[in-house]
Ligand binder design. Structure first.
Ligand SMILES: C[S@@+](CC[C@H](N)C(=O)[O-])C[C@H]1O[C@@H](n2cnc3c(N)ncnc32)[C@H](O)[C@@H]1O
Length: 361
């Protein structure tokens, strides 16, 4: 796919990305319709094997070992301390999916897909592979049936606590989660800053803004604006280095947020919560926002109907883990209206996230 050079990063134009996604969806649909139905079903049923094979390649660090050049399975096995026959079979399976490639000389090399599993790739997928394939996450997905039957997350019953506390009690799992989240947030941040004009704003409050990376990126493109990073004390206490134009405040968005700003930003926050909790958060912001202010929700907006979209599976993960949900534009419009906001427009970004702009109704 054509990409545009922008400083140190290659950026793919939004229209091309959308065309590529549509083409991928079309090819997948064609395959499902042309292959005998049981074959197409079995392809999907076996998806767990793909996840685990990629997880093992990531876990063993095979892409990092191949970064300097091709190696035989035996050489790789020695370096990653694994069984040579196991490594050969793993690579053969993955090479069938264009993740690694076998050369005529019997050595394996990186392909563009395998290259993203390098830990130092600028858009590395390694941490996502480590998180999604990790035994605890795997176990959670094994209980999806309970989440669907009962309509609530499975983690409390399985672990005796919610997913956030459980994460903190499992350092390796938590590290994989944090890194995966950070990797995804990195690419989304650039897409959000590109997709919205922040240059007219005076004060941007990033509610549940984590450690402030998105707000910092916004302030870079909006030199007239000031920022307030708002998150839980455990996340922002003692946090510095965000620059002169950015204040940091600790608190809970269920109680109150800094008052009177002209822009409140909520990125990947509402999807963590039920309708009632999301309404409570929006209510807090509605009380605080300036009459001429705006609210920007940055979330996955899932399409209505049968259109394929990654948010539809992400939504199951929200149900499974936290009891939250991914929503359609219609869902957001209704939720916002109930909280006293009017949805003005929804802007796509080059990431799977959209920006929903709302104003006080
Ligand atoms: C899924 S993360 C999103 C972080 C950031 N907006 C991003 O997109 O990278 C949710 C954020 O909400 C924060 N959070 C959770 N409960 C909160 C509360 N009651 N009050 C304020 N922030 C909260 C978390 O600490 C976390 O930073």
């Amino acid at each position: 796919m054509a990409a545009v050079e922008t400083g140190e990063r290659r950026r793919t134009p939004l229209a091309l990305l959308r065309a590529a996604r549509a083409a991928r969806g079309g090819v997948q649909r064609l395959h499902r319709r042309m292959a005998p139905a049981p074959t197409a079903m079995l392809d999907m049923i076996g998806g767990h094997r793909t996840t685990q094979a990629i997880y093992v390649a990531a876990r063993l660090g095979i892409a990092d070992e191949l970064a300097a050049g091709p190696l035989t399975p035996g050489e790789i096995a020695r370096r990653v301390e694994a069984d040579p026959d196991g490594v050969r079979r793993l690579l053969r399976a993955l090479a069938g999916m264009e993740v690694f490639a076998l050369r005529p000389d019997g050595r394996y090399e990186l392909t563009p897909l395998a290259d993203t599993l390098r830990s130092d790739h600028p858009r590395s997928t390694r941490s996502a592979a480590l998180y999604w394939g990790s035994p605890p996450h795997w176990e959670h997905w094994g209980h999806l049936v309970d989440a669907v039957r009962r309509g609530r997350p499975v983690v409390p019953a399985l672990r005796g606590t919610d997913v956030w506390s459980y994460l903190r009690s499992e350092p390796e799992f938590a590290a994989a989660f944090d890194e995966a989240k950070e990797g995804l947030a990195d690419s989304a941040r650039e897409a959000v800053v590109e997709a919205y004009d922040f240059t007219e704003l005076h004060t941007v409050v990033d509610v549940g803004g984590g450690r402030g990376q998105l707000l910092t990126a916004i302030l870079e493109v909006a030199p007239q604006a000031r920022g307030v990073l708002f998150d839980q004390p455990s996340v922002v206490d003692g946090l510095g280095g965000l620059g002169e134009r950015c204040a940091v405040e600790a608190g809970s968005y269920f109680d109150e947020v800094p008052e009177g700003a002209d822009c409140y930003l909520l990125k990947n926050v509402l999807h963590d919560w039920t309708e009632q909790q999301a309404l409570q958060i929006l209510g807090t912001i509605r009380r605080a926002v300036a009459p001429t202010g705006r609210l920007l929700l940055v979330e996955t907006v899932i399409p209505e109907g049968n259109v394929p979209h990654p948010g539809k599976l992400a939504d199951l993960e929200m149900l499974l883990l936290v009891g939250g949900r991914e929503r359609t534009e219609r869902d957001y419009r209704a939720l916002l209206a109930q909280a006293g906001f009017e949805l003005v427009r929804t802007l796509p970004t080059a990431s799977p996230l959209s920006i929903l702009e709302a104003v006080p109704a």
